[in-house]
Design a protein around this ligand. Structure first.
Ligand code: TYM
Length: 340
């Protein structure tokens, strides 16, 4: 667990992922991979955001298991709990407390403009609950509690980071500099990995299985899914997301996983057929995911270790979060504690 001397303060990162299903290659390329890439330069706080997941009805036993699995994946991609805090949101009560206070500084109008709210309420029309509506406020609380400077996310979460900035600026405008105003960090390639079957839509864990690659997919499943990925009929390998979304998606996946630019990847494959494009993409994905899967298995076989990481990190996260929460409570006029 992270114990930094106060004198060498690095800028702070906060990010989170919902334990709402199997993680996809989109989650990996858009978020998790960047968590690891940024780990050495920043003081990182990475959260399993289980409270957010409750906005959609969950099976309790399955959600409990998924929280541990997601934490194991954080560790399996190489995040080091000596450097980064890795914990569950529900273990740090300051998140829910600050969210309540910030609800009182957030307008219905701005929440109604959130595209995720519109999408999710269309998808879950039988359960448009208040949590779904105020979801971005809990996300703002997550970020602002740790005075984060930077929030690495995929493009779909950009609007939520923007509303976080608005809420923080509004609050600071009334009470002085309480919160750091966070910037969004979006990777150059792969910030929106697309569905393999409908490449104009985001790859999403809530869509049918053949549309996404799960981080724990077996090599034969990865081969099959990429082989069946939708391309187009003009047989030219060119990076052109608007006119050639399927081909461009595969090129972006290769670029993100190899660290090359899309231009370089396209040049290497130019003149070749879609079969070659797909086999290159398949090999890159399998090569990336195999060591993560092996490490994941190892960590899941050592639940005592996993639980001890989560417990220790939650303890330190609470300490840091409560510093901000206490300040906020004082500013807004919550009753002071007695000096017992
Ligand atoms: P979630 O759990 O839906 O997704 C986790 C992260 O994965 C990114 N992502 C993608 N990136 C590229 N291509 C895709 N197809 C793709 N699908 C998902 C998401 O952008 C995200 O970065 N609200 C957040 C969780 C959250 C959070 C936070 C994030 C809660 N509090 C505070 C940052 C800071 C969410 O639902 O992500």
């Amino acid at each position: 667990m992270q114990t930094q001397p106060e004198t060498v303060k690095k800028p702070i990162i906060f990010s989170g992922i919902q334990p709402s299903g199997t993680l996809t290659l989109g989650n990996y390329i858009g978020a998790l991979r960047n968590f690891k890439l940024l780990e050495d330069e920043y003081d990182c706080v990475y959260c399993v955001v289980d409270l957010h997941t409750l906005t959609v009805r969950q099976d309790a036993a399955q959600l409990r298991r998924r929280c541990l699995e997601l934490a194991a994946l954080y560790l399996a991609v190489g995040l080091d709990p000596q450097k980064s805090l890795i914990f569950c949101q529900s273990h740090v009560s300051a998140h829910a407390e600050l969210a309540w206070i910030l609800n009182c500084y957030t307008y219905m109008g701005e929440l109604s403009r959130m595209t995720q709210f519109k999408d999710k309420s269309a998808k879950h029309a039988d359960n448009i609950n208040a949590g779904l509506f105020t979801y971005p406020v809990l996300m703002a609380a997550d970020i602002l509690l740790y005075q984060a400077d930077l929030v690495p996310v995929g493009v779909d979460q950009k609007q939520h980071v923007e509303i976080t900035r608005d809420i923080a600026q509004r609050f600071n405008g009334i009470y002085g500099d309480v919160f750091t105003i966070p910037d969004v960090y979006i990777g150059k390639v792969g910030s929106k990995v697309m569905s393999l079957q409908e490449p104009t839509r985001k790859m999403s864990k809530s869509d049918p299985e053949e549309t996404y690659i799960a981080l724990l997919d077996k090599p034969e499943d990865i081969r099959r899914k990429i082989k069946r990925a939708v391309t187009d009929s003009d047989a030219e390998i060119r990076f052109d997301p608007e006119n050639k979304p399927g081909v461009s998606n595969l090129l972006s996946i290769i670029a993100a996983l190899t660290g090359e630019s899309t231009a370089a990847v396209t040049a290497n494959l130019s003149g070749k057929g879609y079969g070659e494009l797909k086999s290159t993409a398949t090999e890159c994905v399998i090569e990336t995911l195999s060591p993560i899967q092996a490490e994941y298995k190892r960590i899941m076989n050592d639940k005592a270790y996993l639980q001890s990481v989560l417990d220790q990190c939650a303890h330190e996260a609470s300490r840091r979060a409560n510093r901000t929460l206490d300040k906020v409570k004082r500013k807004v006029g919550c009753a002071p504690h007695g000096k017992a």
